[in-house]
Design a protein around this ligand. Structure first.
Ligand SMILES: *Cc1c(COP(=O)(O)O)cnc(C)c1O
Length: 431
């Protein structure tokens, strides 16, 4: 009795420290987590009642706002009908309908969807599709091509192709073979293309994985669609399977449905997660063209894609995704996206001349600025900035000297203003 009572006196943050091991955390340096008890729209509420604007949509997931009534209602309905069933040998309405609705909005060459649980599994499956495509065709290729500083997730295949290796040290010797090219610029595109032309002669590159237009974890590095298009076209001509990792960029972030919509040459494979299920449930999809599917279609059972997750195509997650698609296609949400884009454009004009701002950039609803100071990715100054924002009721997660905004589309003008003011306030305190 007594001990139960004592436990209940502690807050979430204190109870957390007893048994929980957090992601991306060195517990000795950062032992305290903030207890969040509620979320609605663009706002998070902590256990002391303080509120925070979710300036990064909880890692780009809650694009239409937290605890969205439309999504909750649809999922609640589905919960009473069918909760979960094995997806190997069985199918169900939410998965079938999601495949139909998604194919309508994906680039025209996309034909099949493969379900999994999260962004890392989505890219892992994309990598497997690329490798096994060539294996099935009887000419094994063992190299994956990727961009420098890309991020594709934390499972082994995904980690291998990720170029942000700061924390991958213990595992590097177990990685699959990967070669890297820089993200394209007007200065390096010709050199990259001619290097690739030569490199492709060996015919050992199975696939190319890339974050189209915006590299999220690399602190929102942005690059032009025209250059990327040339790279994809050259690779496809050489039967290299191109895998667009749209886990972050998908579902409206870049101003179009997918970033790939802005790129002339369409990918063979597309990875989706994060906003796919509108922040309500975890799920991912790896979509592909008919050409990929056909390479696995055979009388030989071994040529199938033998990959499964227990919760593949969970009916509730599929329902959340369907409700999210409805919202994204509504006039109201499109207007919201346009409004946020315009608002960021005005803020960019205002802030870009500030002496503490080295560089600004924007792609769709994603806005980023680099501070004119050197900072470690997760160093002390970065932590100070983070705490300054939180004290001012804004949740932003600076990456090194980059501050970026990727707020829910429904964030109001007044709320956007509060985020901008917090950033201006931060510029005033750093030196
Ligand atoms: C977040 C992310 C992933 C990994 O997704 P998880 O769900 O965290 O495993 C992969 N690729 C990109 C581009 C991402 O932003």
């Amino acid at each position: 009795m007594y001990s139960i009572k004592r436990t209940s006196l502690k807050n979430l943050s204190e109870r957390d420290q007893k048994h929980i091991w957090h992601p991306l955390t060195q517990h000795k340096l950062h032992p305290k987590m903030l207890g969040i008890v509620k979320a609605k729209g663009a706002v998070l509420y902590d256990e002391d009642g303080k509120s925070y604007l979710d300036g990064i949509s909880s890692w780009y997931t809650s694009a239409y706002g937290h605890c969205n009534d439309h999504i909750i209602e649809k999922v609640y309905g589905q919960m009473q009908q069918l909760d979960q069933v094995v997806f190997s040998g069985f199918t169900h309405e939410p998965a079938v309908r999601l495949s139909e609705e998604l194919i309508k909005v994906l680039p025209e060459n996309q034909a099949k969807v493969f379900f999994s649980d999260n962004g890392s599994t989505a890219t892992e499956i994309g990598i497997k599709m690329a490798l096994q495509y060539h294996f099935n065709k009887g000419n094994k290729r063992h190299v994956m091509l990727a961009f420098e500083n890309g991020f594709h997730g934390d499972t082994f295949g995904a980690m291998s192709v990720s170029g942000l290796s700061v924390y991958n040290g213990p595992f590097e010797e177990f990685f699959i073979d990967v070669e890297r090219i820089p993200i394209p610029t007007s200065e390096n595109i010709d050199e990259t293309l001619s290097w690739l032309k030569q490199r492709l002669e060996k015919q050992d590159i199975a696939g190319f994985i890339y974050e189209p237009l915006v590299q999220g974890a690399a602190a929102m590095q942005m690059y032009a669609a025209t250059h990327l298009s040339k790279i994809i076209a050259l690779l496809q001509k050489n039967d290299v399977i191109t895998v667009a990792d749209e886990v972050m960029t998908g579902f409206g972030k870049t101003g179009t449905f997918f970033a790939s919509d802005q790129i002339a040459v369409k990918p063979d494979v597309m990875c989706m997660s994060k906003a796919l299920t509108a922040g309500l449930l975890p799920m991912a999809i790896t979509a592909c063209s008919q050409k990929i599917f056909d390479a696995f279609y055979s009388d030989d059972i071994g040529k199938g894609l033998f990959h499964a997750h227990t919760y593949s195509a969970n009916p509730l997650a599929c329902t959340a995704a369907l409700a999210g698609l409805e919202l994204l296609q509504s006039n109201e949400m499109r207007a919201n996206i346009e409004r946020v884009i315009k608002s960021h454009e005005r803020f960019e004009q205002k802030i870009k001349g500030h002496p503490m701002v080295a560089r600004t950039r924007q792609c769709g609803i994603i806005f980023a600025l680099d501070l004119a100071v050197e900072m470690e990715r997760y160093g002390n100054l970065r932590d100070q900035l983070f705490h300054f924002f939180m004290e001012n009721g804004v949740f932003l997660r600076p990456l090194g000297n980059t501050i970026y905004i990727s707020a829910p589309y429904i964030t109001t003008d007044a709320q956007l203003q509060q985020i901008y003011e917090a950033i201006e306030g931060a510029l005033a305190i750093i030196r």
